[in-house]
Design a protein around this ligand. Sequence first.
Ligand SMILES: C[S@@+](CC[C@H](N)C(=O)[O-])C[C@H]1O[C@@H](n2cnc3c(N)ncnc32)[C@H](O)[C@@H]1O
Length: 177
Amino acid sequence: MIGIDIREDILQLARQKAVSAGVQNTCLFASSTKEAADVVVSVDAFEHFADPAGILHSMNTLQQPAGEVLVSFGPTWYHPLGGHLFSVFPWAHLLFSEKALIRWRSTFKTDGATRFSEVAGGLNQMTIAKFEELIAGSPLRLASLELVPIKKLRRFHNRLTREFTTAVVRCRLVKRT
Ligand SMILES: C[S@@+](CC[C@H](N)C(=O)[O-])C[C@H]1O[C@@H](n2cnc3c(N)ncnc32)[C@H](O)[C@@H]1O
C-alpha cells in the first residue's frame, strides 16, 4: 500500500499512524510513485487537486491493465459547505467574492495564499458537471457513479438539484477499451 499526498506534514502523520498500527513495513507514504497498483483509491481529495485532469492521467498510468480506480470525494463546490473553510455558513463561499474570503482568511492564516487554489492542500472549485467533463476527456471511463445525497435534503435530490444536494460523489473508473 502506497499512500500519496503532496503535504509532508500529512505524510509524516500517516507514517506515525502506520507505526502505531504495526503496518509500517507494508504501508509506505510518499509525494509521488511510479509503482503500478491493482487498485488506485482516492478519498476526499478530488476537489483539492490543482490539475485534476493530470491526476486522472496519472491514475490511469498507475493502474495495472485489469485494475480499477475508486474515487470518493466531496463536498463539491455547490454543496452548502463546498467552500470548506470558506463556508462559514451554508453557501457563504458563493455569496462573497474570492478576494473578500481570502482577505478574511489572511486575518488568521499567514501562508500568503491569494486564491482558493493556493490554500494548503488546494481547493479547485470542483462541481459534479466539471468532474463528469474531466472523466469524458480522460483515458478512464465511468463504470459506476453514485451521488450520495445530503441526508436532510434526500427528498429534494434529483438530476436538477444534484449540485446543491449531493454530499459525496463515489465512482469506479476503468480504462477505456
Ligand atoms: C481533505 S484531505 C484528505 C486526505 C486523505 N485522503 C483522507 O481521506 O484523510 C485532501 C488531501 O489532498 C491532498 N492533495 C492535494 N493535491 C494533491 C495532489 N496533487 N496529489 C496528492 N495529494 C494532494 C492535500 O494535501 C490533502 O491532504
